[in-house]
Design a binder for this molecule. Structure first.
Ligand code: GDP
Length: 208
């Protein structure tokens, strides 16, 4: 997918959220799961910061997405703060109720949550917590197993089976930001405009 992305806002409070206009896709996951890399590979540019410092992005970062040839942006990506580092847990527990939970629970334009888990790491308690939270929120969500290039086909198959047993209600998609594997399920990488405008409707995912 070749799209044009523009940074809109970094929000650390609900009052910083941009006006709710376009459909939004939120990206969530533990720090270092590969979230920035996924966003950057989807938009084809370094929009999200790839973090060498754990949990460095402490705001919800909003990016407006426009397809080439289209006059207006059609979608917003929301990059949520990574979680899961013990030393930051207090900070996270303070942030979550102030702006992250309200964003997920109340944002009227939030169309899809993309929950990322590392395909190379067994399911973690905080991943489980996130998935349970998303289940309970009633939000449409997609579970993406990142860094799939680090595994052989057999290993990846086993990981996907484990994840689908662990999270039976989740729609599951393996993805590699490095090789682009899985990207064809996320959209058209030919550079042509997609036939349908919203990524939400362009994610044919498989259940394993
Ligand atoms: P974030 O903290 O969740 O935003 O994670 P980053 O996108 O910064 O990635 C964390 C680390 O994982 C970096 O060293 C990346 O180069 C690496 N990484 C991210 N995605 C992939 C992937 O698809 N394949 C491989 N092999 N490494 C990846």
């Amino acid at each position: 997918m070749r799209v044009l992305a523009r940074f809109l806002a970094a929000a650390t409070h609900t009052s910083h959220f941009p006006a709710p206009t376009l459909p939004e896709i939120a990206f969530l996951g533990r720090s270092n799961v590969g979230k920035s890399s996924v966003i950057n590979s989807l938009v084809g540019a370094k929009m999200a910061r790839t973090s060498s410092t754990p949990g460095r992005t402490r705001s919800i970062n909003f990016f407006e997405i426009r397809w080439p040839g289209k006059p207006r942006p059609e979608l917003i990506f929301a990059d949520l703060p990574g979680y899961g580092y013990a030393k930051l847990s207090r900070e996270i527990s303070q942030e979550w109720p102030t702006f992250i939970e309200p964003y997920i629970m109340q944002r009227e334009t939030l169309s899809l949550c993309v929950a990322l888990v590392d395909a190379n790491v067994p399911p973690q308690p905080n991943d489980r917590q996130l998935l349970e939270f998303l289940n309970a929120s009633g939000r449409d969500f997609l579970l993406v197993a990142t860094k799939s290039d680090r595994l052989s086909n057999n290993q990846l198959h086993n990981v996907l089976r484990t994840l689908s047993a662990e999270y039976p209600s989740a729609r599951l998609l393996p993805y590699s930001s490095k090789t682009g594997a899985g990207a064809r399920n996320c959209g058209n990488r030919s550079g042509k405009s997609p036939s349908r405008p919203h990524l939400r409707h362009r994610l044919p995912v498989r259940n394993f």
